[in-house]
Design a protein around this ligand. Structure first.
Ligand SMILES: O=C[C@H](O)[C@H](O)[C@H](O)COP(=O)(O)O
Length: 226
């Protein structure tokens, strides 16, 4: 396992240790969340705690099944105690860019449903300013070229995300465009402008949502609170 994967494992396990018996937990997506789900399954087996999760992607649901974390859904549960998720960038105000794994729409739903959002990252994701990571935006396949044209007016050239040479289809049946803004001076303003474009389903900007960030770096694990 390389150093970055070791850090992802460490922060995933740290976050799992904060989950308490009886909690309903939003389970994010991505390679860091893999370690979280695995550690939650371990805790359930070893400590006998019982939790229920709602996954933000088909992949996370499969991991939950693999590691024995029971799942529920929003038909039976409207509020979660905590959501734990990875991120692609985190700025000093805890504003986030997410969606590298194309799961941003469901991730934002489980983030909003939770009393607390904990973000787990290795130190490479901590940035002074958002934007070096191209911002993922989920858009409707219908007229996607027009939606991308409107996004372009905000200062980037959106790139349709492909998989095996074809447009990547999200778990929700939509497309993703990756938007290389490079420097996002005002994430709140950009998010508002993007949300106004008809055809934009959801943006990868998570504004004022994260409460804590668990960071794994060379000097160990630190938990930063807002
Ligand atoms: O759509 C994917 C998510 O936003 C992920 O949480 C994000 O891309 C971070 O993933 P990873 O932990 O694999 O770096």
């Amino acid at each position: 396992m390389n150093t970055q994967d070791q850090l992802k494992k460490t922060v995933g396990e740290k976050a799992a240790s904060l989950v308490q018996d009886g909690m309903k937990v939003g389970l994010g997506s991505g390679s860091t969340v893999y370690w979280l789900v695995r550690a939650l399954g371990e805790r359930m087996k070893q400590e006998g705690i019982h939790i229920e999760g709602i996954p933000s992607s088909i992949q996370t649901g499969e991991w939950a099944n693999e590691f024995g974390v029971p799942l529920t859904d929003f038909a039976t549960t409207k509020e979660l105690d905590v959501t734990i998720d990875g991120s692609d960038e985190v700025d000093p105000n805890f504003q986030l860019i997410k969606g590298g794994g194309a799961a941003l729409f469901r991730e934002k739903i489980i983030a909003q449903a939770a009393e607390k959002l904990i973000i787990i990252v290795d130190a490479s994701k901590m940035v002074k300013q958002l934007g070096a990571y191209a911002l993922p935006v989920e858009i409707l396949p219908f007229a996607w070229e027009r939606t991308a044209y409107e996004i372009e007016k905000l200062g980037c050239v959106p790139v349709l995300r492909l998989k095996d040479g074809e447009p990547l289809i999200t778990d929700n049946g939509n497309y993703i465009v990756d938007c290389p803004f490079e420097k996002i001076e005002d994430p709140v303003d950009l998010d508002q402008k993007l949300q106004k474009i008809v055809g934009v389903i959801e943006t990868g900007l998570f504004i004022d949502m994260a409460d804590s960030v668990i960071v794994g770096g060379s000097e160990g694990v630190t938990m930063k609170e807002k």
